[in-house]
Design a protein around this ligand. Structure first.
Ligand code: HEM
Length: 173
């Protein structure tokens, strides 16, 4: 059973942390022998990254399977990500080459990488597992849209906001 972190939390990632959305789409379902090898290479890459996270600057991942499979990965920096993708002894380079040489569109691949900047992200987790997302991969802290940790410490405006959004019930008095 997963431990749920109750309440509102946010991530405090170091600036420069990278979120990578990466995945595949099976375009021709019946040509299993053509897309399966690339599909399984993702599993091998994740294993290889997990064996030495610190060296690669790999912070973690989540995966959702379907006809389109999405892997969300977190990296220490864009330099670390690009270094891994071009590292000769690792799994990615030969996969990339083989794909370029042999693929005839049976499997689509996508990579979208975004660097976290100080003011360029907004993250909220509410009653989610503690090890989830960017917060789980870096640092998970209570969200501070209302200064103070208990409603008793809120200003009138904080309380009015919280009531407006249904985070607390309006007081009877
Ligand atoms: C841990 C998993 C993976 C990571 C971190 C990763 C990362 C990257 C990065 C950073 C690039 C850009 C490299 C550059 O432009 O210099 C790239 C390109 C590429 N990757 Fe991956 N990749 C992963 C898995 C895969 C898989 C499973 C495939 C399977 C086919 C794949 C196929 C490709 C291809 C074909 C390109 C070149 C795309 C283009 O520019 O046309 N990658 N990858």
């Amino acid at each position: 059973m997963v431990d749920i972190l109750r309440g509102r939390h946010t991530a405090e990632p170091p600036e420069g942390t990278v979120t990578l959305l990466i995945g595949t789409r099976i375009n021709t379902l019946w040509k299993v022998h053509r897309w399966l090898p690339f599909f399984t290479s993702m599993v091998r890459m994740l294993k290889e990254l997990l064996t030495d996270k610190e060296r690669h600057g790999f912070l973690g991942y989540h995966v959702w399977f379907g006809r389109t499979t999405l892997v969300v990965q977190y990296w220490r920096s864009m330099d670390d990500l690009l270094a891994y993708s071009r590292a000769q002894p690792m799994e990615h380079v030969p996969t990339w080459r083989l794909f370029n040489r042999t693929s005839e569109g049976e499997l689509g691949v996508f990579h979208e990488a975004y660097t976290v900047t100080r003011r360029g992200h907004h993250v909220i987790y509410r009653d989610m597992p503690a090890a989830f997302g960017l917060g789980g991969a870096t640092s998970m802290v209570p969200a501070r849209s209302h200064p103070g940790t208990s409603p008793a410490e809120w200003s009138d405006k904080d309380r009015a906001d919280a009531e407006h959004w249904g985070e607390v019930r309006a007081s009877a008095s």
